[in-house]
Design a binder for this molecule. Structure first.
Ligand code: PLP
Length: 419
């Protein structure tokens, strides 16, 4: 955005006619947030008078409330005036110990809460700040070509250069680092992977992390894994931690993994997550965060302890089975509109190919998504919003009840895509 200063007489004021660029050059290169365009289309739909209510399968924000026992823990903690003071920026010792215990019990990963764990104000905060901490200006950050936009934005805000790793259906939507220009690999300082994946819903076996670690180590790259969706799984095949991969050890590898309490425990608004990593990377991120933030609210950390200690609570298992029902409804719906999708074994999303358009080929994802809003009052996310490799795909977030998901696809099925 640019603004022009009010002009007095150019002669009397040297700045009078100078155009003021409010945004920094780095900020100007950031794309407009994906959901902005969808929000405009949704507002238009709602503005056109009485219609069927919009069904929003767009944003990955769990619709269910945070479990009661976590809310109660916050209520109790907030009454303690000690929580009203500045928190420990690294996270309280109690929170870091709870995170370490969670890593041990859930993933079988042993870590030292003092050296290997760092609290974040939601994992997004840590993810966005990591490049500031570990990447020099001009160096490359390898980002999945289809992915959470914050990997890209964090690199740009650190004056680093985001480079996409292609992702394709044929290779299970894993990043094809071998296809990256060798010059970019030489310049790379950091590389992101994210499973269960947003947006493709793909999961990976431990061997994937072993391969990623080998590539990172060979090329002197810091590997960062984003596990935001690890607690949403629908088979006995639970998502695993990078730190369980053969040959990857917390004492040896300069890697980091981010965990979030947002999705699995319905706590998106609370802003709490943590990182588990090699001490050098944890110390660097803590140092970068030091002058920026003062840590997550202590009462939220107290509630986070309760969430992590009860990760295997019946309420959490019930949430998973609720998502499994929604997954059934989504897979059914995808079939109903003549589209196809691989059934995910974990995560919050189904990634489906757009139905064929008039030319008999899968439609452009923006054209598809905008017509779904306009003609059916259903909001889905166009795959192109996550990267070029998604231009004929769309993402469904399972964030409404199963009957509403079914209704959404019934409405979309009534659209004539041959026109
Ligand atoms: C892949 C991925 N990572 C991280 C996050 C950030 O989650 P939070 O900051 O709520 O922990 C999100 C949120 O949508 C996400 O999709």
């Amino acid at each position: 955005m640019t603004a022009t200063e009010p002009s007095a007489s150019p002669a009397s004021s040297p700045t009078a006619s100078r155009t003021l660029d409010v945004q920094s050059a780095r900020l100007r290169t950031l794309p407009t947030y994906l959901f902005h365009r969808l929000d405009q289309a949704k507002a238009q739909y709602r503005g056109r008078g009485p219609k069927a209510p919009l069904i929003d399968l767009g944003v990955g924000d769990p619709d269910r409330p945070t479990p009661d026992y976590i809310v109660s823990a916050l209520q109790q903690a907030v009454r303690d005036p000690a929580t009203h003071r500045y928190p420990a920026s690294k996270g309280s010792a109690k929170f870091r110990r709870a995170a370490a215990r969670f890593m041990e019990r859930r993933f079988g990963v042993s870590c030292d809460p003092d050296r290997h764990v760092l609290a974040c104000i939601g994992s997004k905060e840590g993810i966005a700040h990591l490049p500031l901490a570990v990447v020099d200006p001009g160096r490359v950050v390898l980002c999945p070509s289809l992915g959470y936009p914050v990997y890209h934005a964090g690199a740009v805000l650190a004056d680093a250069r985001p480079v996409g790793m292609p992702m394709r259906e044929a290779s299970g939507w894993t990043p094809l680092w071998e296809e990256v220009d060798p010059a970019d690999v030489r310049d790379a300082a950091l590389m992101w992977v994210n499973y269960p994946n947003n947006p493709t819903g793909a999961s990976v076996p431990l061997d994937f992390y072993a391969q990623a670690a080998r590539f990172a180590r060979t090329n002197g790259i810091i590997l960062a894994s984003d596990q935001a969706y690890s607690e949403l799984y629908y088979t006995s095949d639970k998502p695993e931690s990078l730190w369980k991969a053969p040959g990857v050890g917390l004492e040896e590898a300069p890697f980091i993994e981010f965990h979030s309490l947002s999705k699995g425990f319905c706590m998106t608004g609370w802003r709490i997550g943590f990182a588990v990593g090699h001490q050098s990377v944890i110390d660097a991120l803590a140092k970068a965060k030091g002058p920026i933030d003062s840590g997550a609210f202590s009462a939220v950390q107290e509630a986070g302890v309760v969430a992590l200690e009860n990760y295997d609570h019946d309420d959490i298992a019930a949430l998973r089975s609720m998502y499994a029902d929604r997954l059934d409804a989504t897979m059914e719906g995808v079939k109903k509109i003549g589209s196809r999708a691989q059934r995910p074994i974990a995560g919050l999303f189904v990634w489906a190919q757009c139905p064929n358009g008039p030319d008999g080929k899968p439609m452009d994802s923006w054209a598809f998504a905008l017509r779904c809003i306009d003609e059916a009052g259903v909001s889905l996310v166009p795959g192109a919003g996550f990267g070029e490799d998604g231009r004929h795909w769309f993402r469904v977030a399972m964030t409404v009840e199963a009957p509403a998901i079914a209704e959404a696809f019934e409405r979309v099925a009534r659209i004539d895509w041959s026109k």
